[in-house]
Design a binder for this molecule. Structure first.
Ligand SMILES: [Ca+2]
Ligand SMILES: [Ca+2]
Length: 350
């Protein structure tokens, strides 16, 4: 059958060619895809497309050097599989995947996850990605200053990870990283070196930092955060927009009060949606509000929406939402246990 080469097919074909070419020069650890004969013919191209999922490379690693090479030499569509065990070091990649063919790093056995262990909770990152379109899945991260950091990494998905024993922040979407997703994960025991900077998830950067602060449309869903996350569980910074936080569970034990960290979530950006989350204060007297809004930069900290959240605050004085000067939010169907203060500042219920 004669097959028309649509732009999508041409892209797929060129990616496959690149993958096959790359395999020819790659170390033996790469499992090269079988080369189709007559690959230039349209029909063969169509055949490759049908096999595309199986033709992309799988890179199996059980050593630190293999993982470092796999990250550095990755091609779109690569699936980097880690055998069970501990990989000690700091790992990074600047390679881009594509929307159709992201680069995946994951445990070979999701029930026996590989552990990326940094060198010290005082410095370095377990995994730093600066390319677009990655999938980071079913892995554990510990013993570094930060667990996972995305710098200018767009459209990257982090799923099924556990991050713990980290000196500062657990997961950081930074420097223009937009449309990132963190889902179905567990973050605990962060800020072991610096309590005030021990956020579970950090979206964007503080005013005055040298990073691109435009980190938009981040999704954080189904993430369990705490205990012993010493700063805010999620800090949504000024000049970020469209962050969605849903179906998360906050265990407030260990929030420290250092650097004003006295809530589950801080929102300093715009257009955030915080919905259907559950928080537990757990008798931690440091926690003064479930959610706080702050204006760090004029025009930011507004048009944020909170709905369907349930917060268990032990007593009546802590607010569900505390919108400080210059900020603004809408709210509906939030539940507080026991009854007590709900909203402070410019919060419109609907
Ligand atoms: Ca903070
Ligand atoms: Ca605070």
């Amino acid at each position: 059958m004669k097959t028309k080469l649509t732009p999508q097919r041409l892209l797929r074909k060129s990616l496959l060619s690149a993958a096959l070419l790359g395999a020819a020069f790659a170390p033996a650890m790469y499992a090269a895809a079988p080369l189709e004969s007559g690959a230039l013919a349209d029909q063969a191209a169509a055949g490759i497309e049908e096999q595309a999922a199986g033709s992309l490379r799988t890179v199996s690693c059980s050593s630190v050097s293999c993982l470092q090479n796999a990250l550095k030499n990755a091609l779109p569509g690569d699936r980097i599989l880690l055998a069970p065990g501990t990989y000690k070091g700091t790992f990074s990649s600047a390679v881009n995947g594509t929307k159709a063919n992201p680069i995946t790093i994951e445990s070979r056995d999701p029930a026996n996850q590989a552990l990326l262990s940094g060198t010290s909770a005082g410095g370095g990152y377990c995994l730093k990605i600066t390319g677009d379109n990655w999938v980071i899945k079913n892995l554990k991260f510990t013993n570094a200053q930060k667990g996972i950091i995305l710098d200018n990494s767009n459209d990257t998905l982090i799923s099924g990870v556990e991050v713990y024993g980290i000196g500062y922040e657990g997961v950081h979407f930074r420097d223009g990283s937009s449309r990132g997703i963190l889902e179905n994960s567990y973050i605990h025991d962060t800020g072991t070196v610096n309590k005030g900077f021990g956020e579970g998830v950090y979206v964007g950067s503080a005013e005055g930092a040298s990073y691109n602060q435009t980190v938009n449309d981040t999704i954080i869903r189904g993430v369990r955060i705490g205990p012993n996350v010493t700063a805010e569980h999620i800090d949504i910074k000024e000049r970020t927009s469209g962050t969605l936080v849903e179906n998360c569970i906050f265990n407030g034990t260990g929030i420290s009060g250092e650097n004003y960290a006295d809530s589950f979530i801080d929102v300093k950006g715009n257009n955030a949606v915080i919905r259907n989350n559950t928080g537990w204060r757990n008798g931690n007297t440091v926690i003064t509000d479930a959610f706080q809004l702050h204006q760090i930069v004029a025009g930011w900290g507004v048009n944020n929406d909170f709905s369907g959240n349930t917060v268990n605050l032990d007593q009546s004085s802590a607010y569900v939402i505390n919108a400080s000067q210059g900020t603004e939010a809408k709210a509906h169907d939030n539940v507080r246990n026991p009854a007590g203060n709900m909203y402070k500042g410019n919060v419109t219920t609907y």
